[in-house]
Write a protein that binds this ligand. Sequence first.
Ligand SMILES: C[S@@+](CC[C@H](N)C(=O)[O-])C[C@H]1O[C@@H](n2cnc3c(N)ncnc32)[C@H](O)[C@@H]1O
Length: 263
Amino acid sequence: MSTTPQGFKGCCAGLYELPITTLLLGESHHPGGAQLTRQLAESVLVGPDTRVLDVACGRGTTARLLAEEFGAQVTGVDYSDLIVQNARRATRAAGLEARVDFRTGDAEHLPCEDASIDVVLCECALCTFPDAPRALREFYRVLKPGGRLGISDIVVNREMPAALQTVVGHVVCIAGARSADGYLELIDEAGFNTTRSRNASSALLEMMTRVEQRLRLADVIAQLETLELPDDLTHSAETLDEARSFITAGGAGYALFSARKPR
Ligand SMILES: C[S@@+](CC[C@H](N)C(=O)[O-])C[C@H]1O[C@@H](n2cnc3c(N)ncnc32)[C@H](O)[C@@H]1O
């Protein structure tokens, strides 16, 4: 597995391209699913015709929810061209293409004009970006003055066990995670103000439990069908096991952050 920044991004996107990842995580690839997305959207005042950029949008589940339930106009950006193509297809099938569009792009070099966006959202992805400070400066650049930022991400409260600091740890959104104060500092350093955070750690444990149950089921099906699970997945199962113990002991959690670009 590559250890260059581009390699990490490709590897992370590659994992989320796999159909089995959606089978394990569900349509939203973040803890708390649609419910936490609604809370994040409300905290940054998404409403009718709000221009939203969903960075690292994955399958476009959040983008479609914001368009359908909040009446927002949403652009999703993801590093993976395949993920973007699938998101476009699902959006056409839902009849939402007039309100939702997608671009392939890198969070650290957003394919958007300066000061063109009302709200930037980034769910469960900042901790996978090799240069998170740069991504935050990009969020700042594309937001209009007074624009809002909503982030949800894994937080770590103490040093992670060595096994979670591996490349696989990186792609399951753990290895690049910071403390809540660490995220607040990063957001602050990028120029944002009125930053708030809210603990949502129970959502992370619920997701871990669901993933473990589905992994066990996938394993049983693979044995019944004499299918081989991808190596990465078997490796991820071990990493998830380590991660669960770490979370249960209070070592990690999940949190929502909101902030505003000064006028
Ligand atoms: C944990 S998933 C989150 C997806 C989505 N935000 C959600 O909550 O369902 C992480 C996503 O980040 C994307 N990604 C990883 N690195 C990226 C980068 N540098 N720029 C844009 N997207 C990236 C991956 O392709 C993947 O779709």
